[in-house]
Design a protein around this ligand. Sequence first.
Ligand code: PEP
Ligand code: MG
Length: 914
Amino acid sequence: MPRATKWVYPFSEVEQAEALAGGSWENVRALLGGKGANLADMSRLGVPVPPGFIVTTEACNAFLEGDEVFPAQMWEQELEQIEAIESVSGKKFGASDNPLLVSCRSGSKFSMPGMMDTILNIGLNDEVAAGMVADMGDSRFAYDLYRRLVQMFGTVVFDVPGEVFEAMILAHREAAGVKKDTDLSGDDWRILTEKFKGIVRSYTGTEFPSDPYEQLKLATAAVFKSWNSKRATDYRNAAGIPHDLGTAVTIQRMVFGNLGSDSGTGVAMSRNASTGAHELEGDFLLNAQGEDVVAGIRQTLPLTTLNSEMPDIYEELVEIARKLETHYRNMQDMEFTIEHDKLWILQTRDGKRTAQAEVRIAADMVEEELITKEEAVRRVQPEQLDFFFHPQLDPAVAKAHKPIAKGLDVSPGAAIGMVAFDADTTRRWADEGKDVVMVRPETKPDDIHGLLAAKGIVTARGGRTSHAAVVARQFGKPAVVGVEALQIDFDDRQMTIGDEVIREGDWISIDGSRGEVRLGKLPTVVPDLKNPYLLKILGWADGIRTLGVRANADSPQDAERAREYGAEGIGLCRTEHMFFDKNRLPIVQKMILAKYHSERNDAIDELLPLQRGDFEGLFRAMAGYPVIIRLLDPPLHEFLPSHDELVQDLADLKMRLQHFNTMSEIDEALDQVRIKQDFLRRVKALREVNPMLGTRGVRLGILVPELTQMQVRATFEAACACAKDGVDVHPEIMIPLTMHARELEVQEKLLRAEAEAVMAEQGVEIEYRFGTMIELPRAALTADEMARCAEFFSFGTNDLTQTVFGISRDDAERGFLLHYVGNRIIPENPFHTLDAAGVGKLMEIAVKLGRETRPDLEIGVCGEHGGDPKSIALCHELGLDYVSCSPFRVPIARLAAAHAALGSPSNEEEAPHG
Ligand code: PEP
Ligand code: MG
């Protein structure tokens, strides 16, 4: 194929470039570079961009391949376009009267910020500068531009180190006795320009080219060559950008905002970037250059001032913003310059915005018929929704206060409170109306009353699936766990983080969305939960997704909240959480400590009505939806005090016995010793080296069948009571940690008998299902056998990840796993995002085998991954029926499930010009 002979495109010929590119905007960007294509695109829309042209990436590649000579005709085409700019602008390149100055910028298909070169103010020499001075009556402007040209030329074209020029400016400033560049006069810059030329001469042995055309030629070649600079090559390697794309060169008329009070420069957003409101927002400065606006040297003015000072320009800007938004179908962030009352747009791009603005803009743009509902849903990232569900630290204040410690960001939102070091103090202070952040080395189930009473939680140890993290997420409590620098001194009731000492009762502010802890009582902002834009986006997401979304909830309040957030049932009720209640724990302990069957059954009978009450609440809150009740899962010793604590308490009691005086004191202490000893005996008997792989889950149910019977009875008594009241109930009983189909057979027999008995007693028929968690590799690999009994599966991916990886979930986020993730030995923390290659493959096998036995097998996931967008996408791919997550993550899961259903963006929606 003959090589192209058209190397240069003026902005006005973008149509031709598009036709050549087969109508593909991606190809236009490849030919003209992103920046050039964007300017040409704006100019075709009638937006006033300074006139210019683009030398193509093809020309760059021809230059780099062919001994660094311009391809034939390229330079002539460039000259033609300079003439064209001259004729539209009425200016002349190289003339001392009304001179044309141009910029020469790099720009490849993909943005490579700062990696390649740019030269500004091309066209200046001694005569041109003198002409400008004569014309303006001021030398500062012209010589500041001129020295910048020599300086940029020196570094970019002649490879003179930039520091040499900077050092010379510094020396000159010192000699002139001024502190800032802005204090230097026109004469100073003229002298410096000469000195800069001297630097070029010394370094290269040649003169700085005074011929503007020579400058343009050298600048074009230098930009081409900068494609192969080391930093650009390294960047492409890191960003995965191909090396054969080449860079285009955009040459454009320079415009200046610092030419007097009829000039200015600024940035404008087409919508409010904080709230998303449909209004122009931005900053500008009169008589200033673009750098002055971003550098923050001068106090910028709001665009409303532009409206009052230059109403016509403001109106034009509003109209341009509308036009660009309609074209790009997104909020725009524009840079503009006003030169002698004429508005120029220098750049536009999709604007950065807050989560709140993202949601509102997406929803509004659907109403404005700019985008489809699908696109609106796709634009909002699931994690952005966190913003709406939790108070956040005021961003400005958070920026001004450095965190004193960092940990894992396990449960989002901000919590501000007084530090308390144990659950009892937390609860007591909370009851007194104080805001408390509970700080613990780690949390255990018997800290639950503190967890519930606290505004937020901090722990020194523990990972994403640690007790503190799971419970915090479940109850929407902001939490930072695994703050390794944290040490608590319980004797002195204080904690240290590095050099900071924080006493119990001092205020801290935690940010669970970032895993940060700050000192003091910082202000928060409370987002709007019933935000109408959010509700719209979520409603559209529901219409798109095919995965169901349920909640992990253990209390009626949780279930109600979950339903309010859009949950379609309960995917996991961890019934053990109901046992940890302060008033119930003694009954559970009585059951565990019982020596005789009758004693144990008495305790179980006491628990029955309490469980029944909870279940009733769940069924009512979730009327019409399934409620999965999981039978008791954790090892029994978790309900008893810890072994070491008991040994210590006993030693203390025995010591104190020697100092009592009255008989009643001694009797009481002896009683305590007996009780603690009973506890200790039982704790020792139940003690296992690896309790997470020990007597828990279904194993417990098999060893203590009365427990299973009680929980089933409570479930069905509750269901029957609700049904009698006309509530539509759908109980599903789930057996945890099964590894063998026989376990299910044994439990099923027991369970169905009890269920039948209750229904017969109550005279009510309830439709229910019996199923199992799949959280051990053997269960997954024998899913066909498991599905003979089980009518549904729910992947317990916390335990499944633990057992597939052989990594203890309780120790996961400290030590080696962090090192592994930090050093990319494994790509992601598997307790956070489902491991597709390992755990995912096992799930795929289980889905396939399970449905071979039972085609209508309902399958979901209820591990922590159920609320993680990437894991949700995998669950969608694996053909699961639903995901289940904590109530606060339900909206995120709804959106993530819609994203999964939408798949990767179609070509049509790949932001054709964005
Ligand atoms: C799981 O293992 O994924 C699960 C949901 O159960 P738990 O976290 O209660 O062990
Ligand atoms: Mg589990």
